[in-house]
Ligand binder design. Structure first.
Ligand code: SF4
Ligand code: SF4
Length: 727
């Protein structure tokens, strides 16, 4: 968990943390649920900050951002100012953040203010105190007490030593009365190792209030060797109290804006307490800044729960990589489950729902009568930088198929590919978002897909229709599809690819070999057909007479196997890889690994562009395929307009044979028209233009690969011999 330390009046807009706010992490959670899920966020306004206008503004801004708790000074005017900001910011149905009031059991830097007498300041003083104050609390009239939150930065900068600190604390006699007026939902007690007796006294004083509270935060810091025994001592006291508690750890008090070092101190303290301290939730504070989340992730302390399953009759639990955490001791009740279901979007035909404008996925488990009896809630995050591993493939304009085990990060990669293609390469990208998993729930897509447009799928059974509709209606250059899983979707993908649109998709299965065995999806990699060989050929191959062969060019010429988040295998020529697999020949893919520092290592790094085949599959050259000699006119390719022949078929043949031919979409750009017999009669416009421009029309009887190859070779011969013009 993170909290926010804010510097004071007028600084909310400049808060570095707010600029990096990740609403998808927290929105949709009420404070209690956020605590359970470990993504609870708190705004600390400053235990001695009394700048009412600034507090109202801050409460408004952070409530809009989905904060779970706002921590303020124990002052009824301050609490009223915060509540005013919260009330103005709340959306209908949004759970309000808790208001927490900070108290201290002893002397604490959070409860002090600076003071000096401005009449003693020399007129020519360069006023370093003003520059040191992060909240502009110092002026020629002295320290504005309401603004000063006691950070202490001005104390040592005065060359004349005029500035002193003054404690700011409530009298114990007033405390209960003030808290009764404030009615906070939570309390925070600042303490320090060695102050057990003062803490016990304060807790005894607060007893009448405790049953009404939702949370008691214990804020402490200091060296781990002193802090851990002290927290164990407090734990013995707090487990008997009628309110849940958390440990708020002050890694480096009031220093979150100072840089990376303070974040290290905050996380190191949390790590130490999580290993050696008493049980309970830990809140990272004091030194939190933009580096903190990364450090928490690195140490496995991140508050982003991964897949918390909740099943009726069993306690809900959170699952993190390598560990499990019980979220509650009591079994999940029907009411609690219904409460969760009421707050998420509608479950679709695939039993999945989401939370608007987040990437979280909630999947339902139903009983035999269709009633939801359990949920798996996967916390989704946008991760940037993953596409760097395969950026060259994505930029190649060729269709890319991504495979991998569930949970390896395929959807995360698709999301970023969409953004890179749409924003950085300025392509027209349409995302087919079957379960709203790529761009999140709700009608407004998550910013993680950039300017890519998203088409939702009303019924997962009809994903293939939406895929075709995308091509027919929205003129995409790229279509991104998650989880191609049925024969119809594989057919739709082929149709799209044949129209010259780049596809980037994922499919069930973690290796190309899995797709070969999947009858529904094998069309993606060219499909299979049984072929009966002649005796001699079967003997030469050492195979049976009936073998399986690929029957068409793959829909996806490029394929990526994600073996883990950091290890990717690239197949530059899917056709050749599939052929090699079918003949039990070795397949060698290019292996790309990211190390811990994010540096990419490529095994078998020799460039292996599409069409050239892979090292280790050179035996393919021994097959019936014949590589033509390089053409003299290779640098000026022959332009072919196909009619009745799919451009996909031609493209695959051109790549396989390395022919200096390109497929064009209009007759006026073509050197020749290649047409199936009678096909041009259905395309009178093309025939008219070809006649008008004198573009020769070459007619073939069928679109078999051998026929196509012969036709292209014939056209190429004429093209070369007649000086780059077909006659
Ligand atoms: S202690 Fe000094 S620097 Fe810090 S807020 Fe108060 S006046 Fe400003
Ligand atoms: S630095 Fe010291 S002397 Fe100078 S203006 Fe500030 S308080 Fe006065």
């Amino acid at each position: 968990m993170l909290s926010v330390r804010w510097g004071g009046a007028g600084r909310c807009a400049g808060s570095p943390w707010l600029r990096r706010w990740q609403p998808e992490v927290v929105l949709g959670h009420d404070p209690e649920a956020a605590l359970r899920h470990g993504c609870w966020r708190k705004l600390i306004c400053g235990a001695s900050n009394q700048d009412l206008a600034a507090i109202t503004d801050l409460a408004w801004v952070y409530t809009r951002a989905g904060i779970h708790c706002i921590d303020v000074a124990p002052d009824p005017a301050v609490v009223a100012a915060a509540r005013q900001g919260i009330a103005a910011a709340l959306d209908p149905g949004q759970p309000p953040p808790w208001l927490m009031v900070s108290l201290n059991d002893d002397t604490d830097p959070h409860f002090r203010k600076a003071h000096f007498d401005p009449r003693h300041c020399p007129a020519d003083c360069p006023r370093p105190c003003e520059a040191a104050c992060p909240v502009a609390a110092i002026s020629t009239t002295g320290v504005a007490m309401a603004r000063c939150y006691g950070c202490g930065r001005c104390l040592s900068v005065c060359p004349l030593g005029l500035i002193e600190e003054r404690p700011w604390r409530l009298e114990r006699s007033q405390l209960l009365e003030i808290l009764e007026t404030c009615q906070p939902e939570a309390l925070e007690i600042h303490t320090r190792p060695g102050a057990f007796s003062a803490f016990t006294q304060l807790l005894a004083l607060l007893q009448p209030l405790l049953p009404r509270l939702r949370l008691l935060a214990v804020s402490a810091g200091g060296p781990l060797a002193h802090l851990v025994p002290y927290l164990w001592q407090l734990h013995g006291l707090l487990v008997t109290q009628p309110v849940p508690h958390l440990w708020q750890l002050d890694g480096r008090p009031m220093s979150g804006d100072l840089g990376r070092g303070t974040a290290h101190a905050a996380v190191a303290l949390a790590l130490g307490v999580s290993r050696h301290g008493p049980p309970g939730l830990i809140q990272v504070a004091g030194g939190v800044n933009r580096h903190t989340q990364k450090l928490l992730d690195r140490h496995g302390l991140s508050g982003h729960g991964e897949k918390p399953p909740a099943v009726l009759g069993r306690p809900p639990e959170a699952r993190y990589p390598g560990r499990r955490l019980d979220l509650e001791d009591a079994p999940l009740s029907r009411e609690a489950l219904d409460g969760v279901i009421a707050r998420v979007g509608r479950f679709g035909g695939d039993n999945r729902a989401g939370i608007a404008r987040t990437l979280h996925r909630i999947s339902a488990i139903r009983n035999r009568s269709g009633e939801v009896i359990g949920l798996t809630c996967r916390v989704g995050r946008a991760v940037y930088g993953t596409v760097a591993v395969i950026r060259d493939l994505v930029e190649s304009n060729q269709s890319v198929l991504i495979m991998g085990y569930p949970g390896v990060g395929k959807t995360t990669v698709l999301r970023e590919i969409s953004r890179v293609l749409a924003d950085e390469l300025e392509r027209r990208v349409v995302v087919i978002d079957t379960s709203n998993e790529i761009a999140g729930d709700g009608d407004i897509p998550h910013p993680a897909i950039g300017r890519a447009r998203r088409m939702q799928v009303p019924d997962p059974q009809h994903q293939h229709r939406v895929m075709i509709e995308a091509v027919e209606n929205h003129m995409p250059e790229v279509i991104v599809i998650d989880e191609i899983g049925s024969e119809q979707e594989a057919w739709a993908a082929r149709t799209i690819a044949e129209r010259g649109v780049q596809l980037v998709g994922t499919a069930h299965g973690h290796q190309l070999a899995n797709l070969i065995k999947n009858p529904a999806l094998r069309d993606l990699i060219g499909g299979l057909q049984a072929v009966t060989l002649g005796d001699e050929e079967a003997r030469r191959r050492g195979s049976q007479k009936t073998v399986q062969e690929r029957c068409a060019p793959p829909t996806f010429p490029l394929a990526v196997e994600m073996h883990s988040r950091d290890c990717w295998h690239i197949h530059w020529n899917v056709a050749r890889t599939v052929d090699a697999l079918l003949r039990d020949r070795p397949v060698q893919s290019q292996v790309r690994r990211l190390d811990e520092r994010g540096i990419l290592h490529v095994q078998n790094p020799s460039p292996c562009p599409p069409g050239l085949g892979e090292p280790g599959t050179s035996s393919m050259a021994q097959s019936a395929m014949v590589q033509p000699a390089p053409s003299a006119a290779q640098d000026i390719p022959l332009s072919i307009y196909p009619s009745g022949v799919t451009s996909h078929q031609l493209d695959a043949l051109i790549h396989d044979r390395q022919l200096p031919v390109q497929v064009v979409r209009t007759v006026d750009r073509a050197d020749a028209v290649l047409s199936l017999r009678n096909s041009l009669s259905h395309d009178p416009g093309a025939r008219r233009v070809a006649k008008g421009l004198g573009v020769p029309i070459h007619v073939i009887k069928s679109a078999k690969p051998t026929q196509l190859q012969k036709a292209l070779e014939r056209l190429l011969l004429r093209f070369r011999t007649k000086g780059n013009a077909v006659v």
